[in-house]
Design a protein around this ligand. Structure first.
Ligand code: BEZ
Length: 211
């Protein structure tokens, strides 16, 4: 059964490159990103893991832990880690789950048999501090993900968790946001003291409230 937005993220205990861990304990009271890799020693995955490792500081700033899963064992991941450092210029600084038996991949419906019986697709799950799934992304094995986009969505999710706002098309951190329709103009004046611009009754922009 696929995982939908708002579902509780399935918890699990697994062996990883940083030792055995429990997913919920690893996330603690922060945000988390679980993402899958079709297989070890594959080229696109190698570039992705290097890029996520290089951007670890951006995730730390957002109180967000990274954890990857690949359907090979931890011993294989450890050997792959050396290649990632050598070729991508970044040391892997978050755990990769050993998932030879596909336990985590199955729990998160990461294997799509019409794409491949054995390899996962490239899934991304963003989990909030209440352990609810806030974002799912699915890419084919042949397309590498985009770290900027994942950070951008995280910023949007964290903002709308804190304020009654949503973010428009192509929004980036620092740009104007949209006031939720549930907020009256009267309430908007107090909730958004920087003011707002009303284009339509249902379309009101305000400067990003936490900047
Ligand atoms: C890759 O990471 O390069 C890859 C993995 C599985 C299938 C195709 C590409």
């Amino acid at each position: 059964m696929s995982i939908r937005l708002g579902d509780a993220a399935p918890d699990f205990t697994a062996d990883t490159t940083e030792g055995p861990l429990n997913f919920y304990d690893y996330l603690g009271d922060g945000w988390g990103i679980l993402f899958s890799h079709p297989k070890d020693f594959t080229p696109v995955c190698t570039t992705e893991l290097g890029a996520f490792a290089a951007r670890r500081g951006d995730f730390d700033k957002r109180n967000t832990k990274l954890i990857a899963v690949s359907v090979d064992n931890v011993e294989s991941h450890q050997r792959w880690k050396a290649d990632i450092s050598e070729t991508q210029g970044a040391e892997l600084n978050f755990p990769i789950i050993g998932d030879e038996d596909h336990r985590v991949a199955d729990l998160y419906d990461m294997i799509h048999p019409n794409a491949s019986d054995t390899m996962t697709v490239r899934s991304v799950f963003i989990v909030d501090p209440a352990k609810k799934v806030k974002l799912t992304l699915t890419y084919p094995a042949s397309t590498g993900r985009n770290v900027d986009e994942i950070v951008r969505v995280l910023d949007s999710l964290q903002l709308s968790a804190q304020y009654p706002v949503s973010t428009p098309i192509d929004w980036k951190d620092g740009e104007d946001v949209i006031i939720a329709p549930s907020v009256s103009d009267e309430d908007a004046k107090t909730k958004f003291p920087k003011g707002f611009r009303k284009v339509k009754d249902y379309l009101r922009f305000t400067p990003q409230p936490n900047k």
